[in-house]
Ligand binder design. Structure first.
Ligand code: NAD
Length: 254
C-alpha cells in the first residue's frame, strides 16, 4: 500500500513498529543524502559525474588505482564532515530500545556506527570507505597513511608494505566478490524478522536488493521508504515515497 500523505504513512509505520518484535532495517545511499553524501543515481549523484572503476580494472592498472584514490581523496571533506541524519538516529533509537538487533547496509560511510550501533551490529554488504585494506593479505591501513604515501609518490596509489599488493578502500567494488559472512548474516536476519524496513535504496543493486524480497517471502511485513518508486513497491505492505528524514524524524528517541 502506498501511503498517500506523509502523516498517514508515518502513523501506519508507527503502528507497524509498535506491533513488531524484531525489526531489521536495510539502508542505502538515500539515508545519507541529508548528511551531505550524494547517492549514485539521483540527479547530481556520483554516477552523473564518474563511471565506476570495476575491481578488475583496479587490480590490473596502476592508472585506475591512482584515479580511484584521487576520487576518494576528493570526497574526503564530505565523508569526514558527515554526521548521522534523522534516519540514522531513528534506527539507533530502535536499536537501543532492543527492537532492532542489527542494521544491514549498502552504505560505506560508517554513519550507522557513528549514530550508536556497535560495529558488530552493522552488516556492511559493500564494505567501508573510512579505511583501507590490502587486496592481497587484507592488512588494514588508515586513510592518512594512504594519503601520505600517495602525496609523497607524486600521486601514485601505494602497495601493501607486507606483501606489495595494491591497497584499496575497504569497500566492495563492482566485479568484486560479496563478503560471505555479511551475506550469510544478512540473510539470517532477513528471514528471522517480522518487520523489514528498506530505506533509501533504489533496490537495483543485486544481490543486496534480494534481502527485502527474502524477508517478505519468509513472512515479514515489508516497508519501503524511498522518494522514488522501486521495483519492489508492489510487494510491500507500506510504501512511503517521501524524504527519509521527514518519515523517520518522528522516531528519533532518547
Ligand atoms: P542509489 O543511489 O541506487 O539509490 C538511492 C535511492 O535513495 C534513490 O532511489 C533516491 O531516490 C533515494 N533517496 C535519496 N535521498 C533520499 C531522501 N533524502 N529521502 C528519500 N529517498 C532518498 O543507492 P543504493 O541503492 O544504496 O545503491 C548504490 C550503491 O552505492 C550502494 O551499494 C552503496 O555501496 C553505494 N553508495 C554508498 C553511499 C554511502 O555510503 N552514503 C553513497 C553513494 C553510493
Amino acid at each position: 500500500m502506498i501511503a498517500t500523505d506523509l502523516q498517514s504513512g508515518v502513523e501506519r509505520l508507527g503502528d507497524m513498529i509498535a506491533e513488531a518484535r524484531t525489526i531489521v532495517p536495510f539502508t542505502g545511499a538515500g539515508i545519507s543524502t541529508e548528511c551531505g553524501i550524494p547517492d549514485f543515481r539521483s540527479p547530481g549523484g556520483i554516477w552523473t559525474r564518474h563511471r565506476p572503476i570495476e575491481f578488475g580494472e583496479f587490480v590490473a592498472s596502476q592508472e585506475a588505482r591512482d584515479e580511484s584514490w584521487r576520487r576518494r581523496f576528493a570526497m574526503e571533506e564530505i565523508f569526514a564532515a558527515a554526521k548521522p541524519g534523522r534516519g540514522h538516529r531513528a534506527l539507533a533509537s530502535l536499536y537501543r530500545a532492543g527492537k532492532v538487533p542489527a542494521v544491514i547496509t549498502q552504505n560505506i560511510d560508517n554513519l550507522h556506527q557513528a549514530s550508536g550501533f556497535a560495529a558488530e551490529h552493522v552488516i556492511e554488504l559493500h564494505g567501508n570507505t573510512t579505511y583501507a585494506r590490502c587486496i592481497g593479505c587484507g592488512q588494514a591501513y588508515p586513510l592518512d597513511w594512504v594519503k601520505r604515501r600517495f602525496d609523497d609518490d607524486g600521486g601514485l596509489a601505494p602497495n601493501c608494505t607486507a606483501c606489495d599488493e595494491p591497497v584499496k578502500t575497504a569497500t566492495i567494488s563492482f566485479g568484486q566478490m560479496m563478503p560471505d559472512e555479511e551475506m550469510r548474516r544478512a540473510g539470517a536476519l532477513a528471514r528471522a524478522c517480522d518487520l523489514f524496513l528498506a530505506i533509501g535504496s533504489s533496490l537495483v543493486v543485486w544481490p543486496a536488493a534480494g534481502f527485502p524480497l527474502m524477508a517478505k517471502n519468509a513472512g515479514a511485513r515489508l516497508v519501503i521508504i524511498n522518494r522514488e518508486p522501486t521495483e519492489q513497491d508492489d510487494i510491500a505492505d507500506l510504501v512511503l515515497h517521501h524524504d527519509i528524514g521527514e518519515a523517520l524524524g518522528p522516531f528519533v528517541g532518547n
